[in-house]
Design a protein around this ligand. Sequence first.
Ligand code: UDP
Ligand code: MN
Length: 314
Amino acid sequence: MRRQSVHFFLFGMFVGLSLSGLILLSYTSWFRNQQMDELGGTDIGSLTPWLAPVVWEGTFDSIMVDSIFKQQNITIATTVFALGKYTRFLKDFLESAEEHYFVGFRVHYHLFTDQPKAVPEVKMGENHHLTVRRVPSLDRWQDISMGRMEILEKLIKNELANEADYIFCLDVDTKFYGRWGAESLGRLVGVIHPWFFDYPRDQFTYERRPESQAFIPAGEGDYYYTAAAFGGSLDDVHNLTKTCWEQLKIDAANSIEAIWHEESHLNKYFLYNKPSKLLSPEYLWRDIRISSGQVKNIRFSHVAKNNAEVRPNL
Ligand code: UDP
Ligand code: MN
């Protein structure tokens, strides 16, 4: 080959390779977008790097999942706390749960409140029961929120062993809008926080002070999980609540409170005890009115609340 032809040939190769690279790149990005669309429009995907499923609309067959779990004759314990002015959320929470939450399964709600008389009458569906349990009032909302770990640990250890198979622990300032069923069941279940699912991990609001037991160093962490909903088998959730409560007590003894209270400790726990199943932000959206373009099927959502008005302190 003459020198000129060699140059021409090399140039041709270069253009060819660049073009195929470009085509490949645009194809993979198109393919990823296609997948994202099918999964409700976000890029979390439907499997974690440790191969735990992330539950989205489109990833499961609800009739098949129901029939598998129906055969096991399971009971799902469900805890909710309503102290002080938060009793106002109970009616919507319970009524919407009775419409959408584990319909057809055995559900036992354990409702903790400082005002049993303020609990509204809500008609329970077949095999759904509610037990009201009185707990003392507390002056700080942070203590109410964190104190749930201690109460849950005791409830599971002392009372639930022979009466339930799974447990979910839910915030009360919430409402169901769609099915929450057996697809959510697993050994240890975390719910991806609706504010952070599309953020890089270094922007997650983990506790960053090494003095706290909830500390997660920069560069670590998988997802940012919400403390407003978590669950799993009794043993696993017992270990979770016990560990978080122990870590909270150590922090209190050292006069430090993690930035997002028990949620920071829950995130630390899930970093070292990977959930066996994750629920997508469909299972805890932010106030339903806030744009939901990315998440097409909202099943459960925080409701709008005026913190200054409902909390006992700021
Ligand atoms: N809570 C309560 N009374 C209070 C403060 C909190 O019953 O005065 C309970 C309630 O179950 C609530 C949960 O603690 O859903 C967590 O608190 P909050 O919802 O205020 O936290 P956020 O979701 O805003 O972080
Ligand atoms: Mn809440």
